[in-house]
Unconditional design. Structure first.
Length: 361
C-alpha cells in the first residue's frame, strides 16, 4: 500500500488528506510505528508514582509500558518479560520488585533481572546481563510522558515556550480531580481534526458559541504543537446567563494547546484538563479527559461547581462525538475522497496534517 499521500503545504491550494487514511487498518499500523512510537505520549500522572515502588501501566499503541518510581528516579520500561513476553506489571500499585505473572521471573525496579526460578539447566544464559528494555520518561507539572524513540528530542525542546505560556496558571501546583472517558466510533484523526478548528463551533455547539468570541478566534501553529485562541465574548447588557465571567479582566486567556499527535491541554484559571486520544482500531478511539484543579473538590461528583462544569463539558463532548461518528461513516462513502480547507479557520487541521505527512512519508 502506498504510504505516500498528496499534501500541499499551502493551505489555500491544498485539499484535505485522502479519506482512506481514516479507515485503512494497514495505515493505522504504520501510524502506530511512525507517529506514536516517535512522539511524547501522555500516559499518566506524577501522583501515581510519587513514592518508591509505585507504578502504573499504560499502552502506547500495541506496546504495554510500565512507569515506576525507584527512589529519586522515575523509570519506564516495556512491560514485556524477557522470557516469553509475559507482563511484569498490571494496572497500578506499589511493589519492591516486578514479578512476571507468567513464570515468576523477577526484576528489580531498575529493570535488572534478579530471579529466574527453574532456569538452572539452561546454558549460556546470563540473567545478570539481562534487563527490561527502558523507555524515555519525563514529567511536565503533574503529567508523565513517555517516548518509545530513544533518539527523540527531549519534551522540553518539543514544548518550546509552552511551559512559560501556561506558567501564570501554575499547573505544577494543580492536583488531580477526576477522569472521564468516551469510546467513539471514529478514527483518532477525526477527533483530532475536530478539536483543532473552531469553525464548527457556531453550528455544532450553540451553548459554547454563546461563551466564545469566534470573530477573534485564531490558531497559532508551532513546530510540534498549536495553540488555539478563543477569547470569551464580551458581555452585552442583559445578556442571558453566562457560564464564565468575561468582565474579570485579571483573568488570563485560557490556553488550548494541542501536542502532536494526540494530546490536548486546556488550561483555565484554577483548573486544567488534559485530553488524550487513543486509537483502538481504524474506526474507533477512546478519548480520556483528566481534570486538575488548584483547589480540588472533596468529591467532584457532588460538588455543585464541578457538577456544572462536568455537565457543560459532557454537553460539548456529546455534540462533538455525534458529528465525529457521522463524519467517520461518510469518510467511507463512495463519493468522498478529499475536501478543501478553510484557509481562515482550519490552519490547525492543516498543520496537523502537515506533521502527519512528514512523519509518514
Ligand atoms: S514470560 Fe515472564 S517469566 Fe515466563
Ligand atoms: Fe467541538
Amino acid at each position: 500500500m502506498p504510504i505516500v499521500f498528496p499534501f500541499d503545504p499551502d493551505i489555500a491550494r491544498a485539499s484535505t488528506i485522502p479519506a482512506r487514511l481514516y479507515h485503512d487498518p494497514v495505515y493505522l499500523e504504520l501510524e502506530m510505528e511512525r507517529v506514536f512510537a516517535h512522539t511524547w505520549q501522555l500516559v499518566g500522572r506524577t501522583d501515581q508514582v510519587a513514592t518508591h515502588g509505585q507504578f502504573f501501566t499504560a499502552d502506547v499503541g500495541p506496546n504495554s509500558i510500565v512507569v515506576l518510581r525507584d527512589g529519586e528516579q522515575l523509570r519506564a520500561f516495556y512491560n514485556v518479560c524477557l522470557h516469553r513476553a509475559g507482563p511484569v506489571a498490571s494496572g497500578c500499585g506499589k511493589r519492591n520488585t516486578l514479578q512476571c505473572r507468567y513464570h515468576g521471573w523477577t526484576y528489580a525496579l531498575d529493570g535488572s533481572l534478579q530471579r529466574t526460578p527453574g532456569m538452572e539447566g539452561t546454558t549460556q544464559f546470563r540473567p545478570d546481563e539481562m534487563r527490561l528494555v527502558p523507555v524515555a520518561v519525563t514529567t511536565w507539572g503533574p503529567l508523565v510522558f513517555v517516548n518509545l524513540d530513544g533518539k527523540a528530542p527531549p519534551l522540553t525542546e518539543v514544548l518550546e515556550d509552552l511551559p512559560a505560556r501556561v506558567a501564570p496558571f501554575h499547573c505544577e501546583r494543580m492536583q488531580y480531580v477526576t477522569t472521564r472517558s468516551w469510546e467513539i466510533a471514529c478514527n483518532w484523526k477525526v477527533y483530532v481534526d475536530n478539536y483543532l478548528e473552531g469553525y464548527h463551533v457556531p453550528v455544532v455547539h450553540p451553548g459554547l458559541n454563546k461563551e466564545l468570541d469566534m470573530e477573534r478566534y485564531r490558531v497559532e501553529p508551532h513546530r510540534w504543537f498549536s495553540i488555539q485562541h478563543a477569547p470569551l465574548r464580551p458581555v452585552h447588557g442583559g445578556h442571558a446567563e453566562r457560564r464564565y465571567d468575561p468582565a474579570a479582566t485579571d483573568v488570563p486567556e485560557a490556553v488550548y494547546a494541542w501536542l502532536f499527535p494526540n494530546t490536548m491541554l486546556n488550561v483555565y484559571l484554577g483548573q486544567m484538563q488534559t485530553n488524550v486520544v487513543i486509537p483502538l482500531g481504524p474506526d474507533r478511539c477512546r478519548v480520556v479527559f483528566d481534570w486538575y484543579a488548584d483547589n480540588p473538590p472533596a468529591d467532584a461528583a457532588t460538588d455543585p461547581t464541578w457538577v456544572k462544569l462536568m455537565a457543560f463539558s459532557a454537553e460539548v463532548q456529546d455534540e462533538d462525538i455525534g458529528i465525529c461518528e457521522v463524519v467517520q461513516r461518510n469518510l467511507r462513502s463512495r463519493v468522498y475522497d478529499r475536501g478543501r480547507y478553510s484557509a481562515e479557520h482550519e490552519t490547525g487541521v492543516h498543520h496537523f496534517h502537515s506533521l502527519l505527512h512528514e512523519a509518514m512519508t
